[in-house]
Ligand binder design. Structure first.
Ligand code: Q46
Ligand code: ZN
Ligand code: ZN
Length: 309
């Protein structure tokens, strides 16, 4: 396999782009793709500061690396979820800290859920929410990201979701015709309230195997352990289904996701004006919420306290 740009040995073939690249040209191609995505969806500018949510995994650390290379102003956020199995959360944190240190001490905020809120994600299982651990974990992460972004005045929160992640969620939502989720699935989620930052996914046009290849070729040291709860995540099943489809029909995964984005732009999933939910302020934490007096995060914590009593 030869590089289409220089004729050298290709390290990766990307059939959906009809492209084979050597290490050097691949490392130049990935940031160009990401830059194009950032501009295409007007995610953020060079004048804005972006909070990069990093988990210690290949996608989020690659994202941080690429944004630095592209000259954006970034700060990292690591949320230690308190998952003790195989030391998962602490090992992940060490990878993130080492990454920031290797880049000359990048600004990095660490929120330790157990230390700040008195319990970690595994405790959520004790309220009978075991099977819904990931949705509770997602809620906790969103709440903390919003809180940190609000405190730090960041313009955007960037996450490392790649095309496989997005296509898997899309398939899941489509199979259930989850209209409200489909309307909200986008490369950019605008800030819905003055105190909130917009959410952006600059890797959403890259396949997972491309972000993995980028991390390897760039020699980024990332956590290879999987979160012990991820085996329960249904997204993995949908990713496998999409990869089967991709093996049968090259580019099908990309086609599925990009066609959705195009349909979205053409107004297929336009929100109904009267359906905009009314936002109030949570009386416990002050974050904007549609859930009534207490936001979903504070209600979750309250439920755990009641369970302890
Ligand atoms: S960290 Fe949290 Fe994920 Fe672990 S508990 Fe589930 S959601 S799998 S990205
Ligand atoms: Zn080349
Ligand atoms: Zn709250």
């Amino acid at each position: 396999m030869k590089c289409d740009q220089c004729g050298g040995v290709a390290v990766i073939g990307m059939p959906q782009h009809r492209l084979h690249l050597c290490a050097e040209h691949f490392l130049a191609w990935v940031p160009r793709m990401v830059e194009r995505t950032i501009r295409r969806y007007q995610m953020f500018t060079h004048d804005e500061c972006v909070l990069v949510a990093v988990s210690g995994g290949k996608d989020s650390l690659s994202l941080w690396e690429i944004l630095i290379e592209l000259g954006y102003q970034t700060e990292g956020l690591y949320i230690n979820l308190g998952i003790a199995h195989e030391d998962y959360s602490d090992v992940s944190q060490r990878h993130v800290e080492a990454f920031a240190a290797r880049h000359g001490g990048l600004p990095l905020r660490i929120v330790d859920v157990r230390r700040e809120y008195g319990r970690g994600i595994p405790d959520l299982g004790k309220t009978g929410r075991g099977r819904r651990m990931c949705s509770a974990c997602g809620l906790v992460k969103r709440h903390i990201m919003n809180r940190v972004a609000r405190e730090g005045g960041y313009a955007a929160i960037a996450t490392g979701h790649n095309l496989d992640d997005e296509a898997a969620v899309l398939l899941q939502n489509t199979l259930h015709w989850q209209g409200s989720y489909l309307r909200r699935q986008a490369p950019v989620l605008p800030a819905s309230h003055p105190g909130l930052a917009r959410k952006v996914k600059p890797l959403c046009h890259l396949y997972e195997r491309e972000t993995a290849a980028y991390a390897l070729v760039k020699e980024i040291s990332f956590v290879e352990l999987e979160c012990p709860y991820s085996v329960r995540a249904t997204t993995i099943f949908y990713k496998e289904l999409l990869n089967r489809l991709e093996r049968h029909s090259r580019g099908a995964k990309q086609q599925f996701y990009l066609s959705f984005l195009k349909a979205r732009e053409e107004g297929l999933f336009a929100p109904e004006p009267e359906s905009a939910p009314e936002l109030g302020e949570c009386r416990a934490c002050g974050q904007p919420t549609t859930a009534g007096e207490l936001c979903a995060f504070c209600r979750l914590w309250q439920a755990m306290e009641e369970h302890d009593d």
